[in-house]
Design a protein around this ligand. Structure first.
Ligand SMILES: [Zn+2]
Length: 255
């Protein structure tokens, strides 16, 4: 019943998104685009305030470059991606790539970001990934999910009065449980915008495919070769999302 109510609320928001505030977290600059770029572009176009957050600065995400020079370049690429997708903001947190840990300080960073954005919807990866940065990003958002409404936690940042809806991106991990979508958003008419946003991350492309720049379409083909359902297909392209089980909302119960 509650799941149906969430879906109805999301559908209603999509029809008239002017008041909707969305914050999407990824471990690295370009992670949000791959999982959520099309839906983000659609929501932004409909008037929603959409923000991406990269929890690390991406300073290890290249075969040859590294350190502060790479972090600055990836920050610039993230801003260009935001411009292409039409989203309001792209924050890159100053945590080292490849070294993210689910610390109390990192949790506080996440709590502040969700509160300051006054988020209605929060998106994050499931904490099942082989990559520690992806896994700990999922854990950090999970650990912040209730705390954003507790005033004595990070007291300098005013607590939210209403807990946002927390959702997972689609993934292919089978353990501890396969991903099952609750929401599927068609992105046929935002597909090219999503590709343009991904293409802004020139340095990230070289790590995925090899030591040379690669277009987003090639990256998508590469990812799809690893398993079905990563980006949808040429016809009826969609992005799928799942409500975060176990998230408690004092007003609405468990999602
Ligand atoms: Zn990543």
């Amino acid at each position: 019943m509650l799941k149906i109510m969430v879906l109805m609320a999301l559908a209603g928001m999509f029809a008239s998104a002017a008041e909707l505030r969305v914050i999407a977290f990824g471990a690295h600059p370009d992670d949000c685009e791959g999982r959520f770029g099309g839906t983000a572009a659609r929501w932004a176009k409909a008037g929603a305030a959409v923000k991406f957050v990269s929890v690390t600065n991406g300073d290890a995400g290249h075969q040859e470059m590294g350190g502060a020079a790479l972090a600055r370049r990836r920050y610039a690429e993230a801003q260009e991606a935001a411009r292409r997708l039409g989203i309001a903001e792209y924050e890159v947190m100053n945590n080292h790539d490849g070294e993210l840990m689910p610390t109390l300080e990192a949790r506080r960073q996440i709590i502040r970001a969700i509160r300051q954005w006054k988020a209605d919807i929060v998106l994050a990866p499931r904490p099942n990934d082989y990559h520690p940065d992806h896994r700990y990003t999922g854990i950090l958002i999970q650990d912040a999910a209730y705390m954003v409404v507790v005033p004595n936690i990070v007291p300098e940042s005013p607590a939210l009065r209403r807990n946002p809806v927390f959702m997972y991106y689609e993934d292919n991990f089978q353990k501890p449980a396969p991903f099952r979508p609750d929401v599927v958003v068609s992105i046929d008419d935002a597909w090219q915008t999503k590709m343009d946003g991904m293409d802004a991350h020139v340095t990230a492309c070289t790590l995925t495919i090899g030591a040379r720049p690669a277009a987003s379409t090639e990256r998508v083909a590469h990812e799809e070769a690893r398993g079905p359902g990563f980006h949808g297909r040429a016809r009826g392209v969609g992005e799928t999302l799942r409500g975060r089980s176990g998230t408690e909302d004092p007003a609405r119960g468990s999602i």
